[in-house]
Design a protein around this ligand. Structure first.
Ligand code: ATP
Ligand code: MG
Length: 569
């Protein structure tokens, strides 16, 4: 297969973050050290957006001889689960990265508590006893400053006492919160005395019942960074407005080697959703088979679909890292896997929707082995032997009874080539009583063995085939995009992203037939079914009952569809 967009492997691009880090190293900032972290919240599986962050964090650490921690940001007891922790570790490893340390924000609960006590001691935090509604009412609006809470000027000793009793479990959820004392008139809402701790009588998946107060993300994150001596805390743009609070906490609590937060644009991909909440909804409502459904944008889904770690890393390197939000075309992800599989996948013949062909002039009972070229683009890949006989199977849509002008494949009276075998000509079409074509009678030309005519005559099509008696059965799952529109979240009122699901995102073909060499295929094997696309063996396969997933078609059919649509418009 030749791909027009094929370009040389992209070198590691120098983006603005790598630029900042190089400058910092040059200036001896952070003692010339680079320490990053990837901080997933274990409340779902990783998706392709996380891959961007993983490649960036692990990438810059690796390039600069630094460290990158895997830190589970597990400060919210409600939605987190060890199942996700295990899955996240598997996915990061599979992508090809190893962390310097596996850490948990929950391991810092005691030290975070001490940081909070320190802030109270400095008069920079107070226990507020307003309820959530009252706090909201005091917060103000974008045009109006907020109002101070009546509890804002509690004496330090009273704050320390109340905070200790909050920890001790004396109060119900919501009775008090700990807030930073910053500026209720700040134009930045995050600086209007943000909440640092809340009471939550809930068991945590790691700390159990040890705590009934939990730190807010905005408090835990910068201080966890500081405790791990992170130098560059890379996060997505939605945290830009939180940076003043990040710096305020670090400046008030950290002596030296202060971490710095740098924001970059998150990955947005069309034809899919990436919020973990929405992905969880798809799983819980049974709209997909699980987090690893091959249509999911999750790392585990892409892996099952047949994506390689190399293709995902290549994709992340191509899209780059910038500060400006944009939407990446799904076709770019497909381009990366196509290019990788074009290099690594061996070619085989598989007939997805078989139509029987009988060669009336081929001796009955005879079987010969023909040498089939493994990779027409790479002669060094050699050949393999494939059995050929009187009864063959070809792709049903390679035959048309009444072919339109530009249809060059098989039709009655026409000659075509069977890949690396013989020329055949269709002489007769056999139908059942419903008028459905059940068999083609053809003659073959024995002089064309190997697929070339000694008299130099040409044919316009080459078809793939299998020998009916030798072929092995398989189920083939044809996957397509999970959503049928570019922006599944862009919905009219009363609708949700679920209304944009693509009803034909999965087609199961139960009667496919493969060349016999595939009999020993095991899950994970990736091949190209000639003329059809790249496929991989699914873990659902059992001995004698192989299941293949279509990873990607050979060409971008969606581009052609949209081209056609725009032409007709
Ligand atoms: P979601 O919105 O899907 O729940 P999240 O940001 O809450 O995602 P986290 O587990 O907190 O998920 O993310 C871990 C890290 O991955 C964070 O640093 C976050 O910024 C980054 N990340 C998440 N989504 C993307 C994305 N689409 N592109 C780049 N980085 C991302
Ligand atoms: Mg998050």
């Amino acid at each position: 297969m030749r791909n027009e967009h094929l370009s040389a492997a992209a070198p590691a691009p120098v983006d603005f973050i790598r630029g900042i880090i190089a400058d910092d190293m040059g200036a001896g900032k952070h003692h010339g050290r680079v320490g990053t972290r990837f901080p997933p919240e274990p409340n779902g599986y990783l998706h392709i957006g996380h891959a961007k962050s993983i490649c960036l964090n692990f990438g810059v650490a690796e390039e600069n001889g630094g460290t990158c921690n895997l830190r589970f940001d597990d400060t919210n007891p409600a939605k987190e689960d060890v199942e996700y922790v295990t899955a996240i570790k598997d996915d990061v490893r599979w992508l090809g990265f190893s962390w310097s340390a596996e850490l948990y924000a929950s391991d810092y609960f005691e030290r975070l508590y001490q940081f909070a006590v320190q802030l109270i001691g400095k008069g920079l935090a107070y226990v507020d006893s307003l309820n959530a509604d009252e706090i909201r009412a005091h917060r103000g609006t974008p045009t109006e400053p907020g109002r101070n809470s009546p509890y804002r000027d509690r004496p330090v000793a009273e704050n320390l006492d109340l905070f200790a009793r909050m920890r001790g479990g004396e109060f119900p959820d919501g009775a008090h919160v700990l807030r930073a004392k910053i500026d209720m008139a700040s134009p930045n809402f995050n600086m209007r005395d943000p909440t640092l701790y809340r009471i939550r009588h809930a068991a945590h998946h790691r700390t159990g019942d040890a705590w009934c107060i939990y730190p807010m993300y905005d408090f835990a994150h910068p201080l966890s960074d500081a405790l791990e001596r992170i130098t560059h805390s890379l996060c997505t743009l939605e945290f830009e407005d939180h940076r003043p609070l990040y710096d305020w906490l670090v400046n008030n609590l950290v002596e030296d080697d202060k971490p710095q937060q740098i924001e970059f644009a998150r990955l947005n991909l069309n034809y899919t959703v990436m919020s973990k909440r929405k992905l969880l909804q798809l799983v819980q409502q049974g709209l997909v088979s699980g987090w690893d459904d091959p249509r999911m944008p999750t790392i585990t889904g892409l892996r099952r679909r047949g994506y390689t770690p190399e293709s995902i890393r290549d994709f992340c390197s191509r899209i780059g890292v910038a500060k400006k939000e944009n939407v990446i075309d799904y076709a770019q992800l497909e381009h990366s896997i196509r290019e990788d599989l074009n290099r690594r996948a061996s070619r085989v013949m598989a007939v997805l929707r078989p139509l029987k062909v009988v060669l009336t002039n081929y001796p009955e009972g005879q079987v010969e082995e023909v040498d089939v070229i493994n990779n027409p683009e790479d002669p060094s890949a050699g050949t393999r032997r494939v059995p050929f006989s009187r009864e063959l199977l070809i792709e049903r849509d390679d035959f048309l009874e009444n072919p339109p002008k530009k249809f060059f494949r098989l039709s009655q009276g026409r000659e075509v080539r069977l890949r690396c075998a013989y020329f055949i000509t269709c002489t007769e079409v056999i139908k059942d009583h419903c008028g459905e074509i059940v068999e083609l009678r053809c003659v073959y030309d024995p002089a064309t063995r190997g697929g070339d005519a000694p008299d130099g005559r040409r044919v316009k099509a080459t078809l793939h085939w299998v020998s009916a008696a030798h072929a092995i059965p398989a189920e083939v799952r044809l996957y397509d995009r999970l959503f049928s529109v570019e922006d599944p979240d862009g919905v009219a009122s009363g609708k949700t992203f679920l209304d944009n699901l693509n009803p034909s995102s999965l087609e199961i073909l139960a009667g496919a037939k493969l060349e016999p060499g595939l009999a020993s295929a095991t899950p994970g094997l990736r091949v190209q079914f000639e003329r059809l696309g790249y496929f991989c063996v699914d873990p659902d396969s059992r001995p004698g009952a192989l299941v293949f997933n279509r990873t990607v078609s050979l060409r971008d059919t969606w581009a052609r569809i949209s081209e056609k649509a725009s032409r007709s418009a």
